[in-house]
Design a protein around this ligand. Structure first.
Ligand SMILES: C[S@@+](CC[C@H](N)C(=O)[O-])C[C@H]1O[C@@H](n2cnc3c(N)ncnc32)[C@H](O)[C@@H]1O
Length: 254
């Protein structure tokens, strides 16, 4: 059974599954923050999560895959300017720089510790990289500064009103905003995915955050509502699959 929210313009009340999410889907969400979003957890726990994300990104070749999706979108731009938001460990930016000989990448995150760690790595002295702290909901850059903005595995961290700001800001500062995130499966499959993860959540911070990420992931219909709320002229292309991430390509209509 599907329910309409009282007021679709009240975007912060939108369920992660969208305004017409089923009862079961509405149960599969949480306001609980991930370790990465909390100020009251030891930084070693956050480092474990970020380290695990980097390791899985390299092992399962997600960094390569994400960089490939991004570079395909700007294949016709000779010396592209790319902004990565929520870079975490910087692995995807590193891959972008390795895979494109003349791309300039601004590598950013909200978390000052992550920014400091990235700045202290090879990226800090890379001739085509700049490392900065930046909030994806209030991007410190002029209109049209970039060819592409990339926000990978981070969008679900944001409440709907904040997430809508990313659509507004990303499409303001760049021709193309690319969001790659966890897909939100149909509720029965989602339940199954959560059940398989649950036993390890108590001992592995990475899995703990993975479960919350899954519960906070946005459905395609929610993504469309967020973009429309940000600016009705934003055009979305959505792609995903059972084993694929949710890929969101956003551009302002001309
Ligand atoms: C799960 S990590 C993803 C790291 C990396 N992008 C990846 O693909 O593995 C989420 C990141 O989003 C960042 N983040 C959360 N809210 C943000 C915001 N408002 N602006 C920018 N980054 C944000 C967090 O600090 C964290 O580094």
């Amino acid at each position: 059974m599907a329910y309409m929210a009282a007021d679709p313009s009240d975007i912060d009340r939108m369920p992660r599954g969208g305004f017409r999410a089923s009862c079961l889907d509405r149960l599969l969400e949480t306001d609980r923050p991930e370790y990465l979003d909390r100020d009251d957890v030891d930084s070693s726990i956050k480092n474990q999560v970020i380290g695990a994300l980097d390791w899985t990104g390299r092992f399962f070749k997600n960094h390569e895959r994400f960089a490939g999706i991004a570079l395909d979108l700007i294949a016709d731009v000779p010396d592209p300017r790319i902004l990565e938001l929520g870079a975490g460990h910087g692995g995807v930016s590193r891959q972008l720089l390795a895979d494109h000989p003349s791309a300039h990448v601004t590598v950013t995150d909200l978390d000052p510790e992550s920014v400091a760690r990235i700045a202290a790595s090879d990226l800090g002295s890379h001739p085509r990289a700049e490392v900065r702290r930046m909030d994806a909901t209030a991007i410190d850059a002029a209109d049209g500064s970039y060819n592409l903005v990339l926000f990978a595995l981070s969008f679900h961290h944001l409440r709907p009103a904040q997430a809508a700001r990313v659509f507004a800001e990303g499409t303001r500062v760049a021709d193309t905003l690319l969001i790659i995130d966890l897909p939100r499966p149909p509720a029965p499959l989602h339940l199954l995915r959560l059940a398989t993860m649950l036993p390890a959540a108590a001992v592995l911070p990475f899995v703990h955050d993975g479960i919350i990420s899954s519960l906070r992931s946005y459905s395609p219909s929610a993504l469309r509502s967020l973009a429309h709320h940000a600016d009705p002229s934003i055009e979305l292309t959505l792609r995903s699959g059972l084993t694929e991430p949710q890929i969101v390509i956003a551009r302002r209509g001309r």
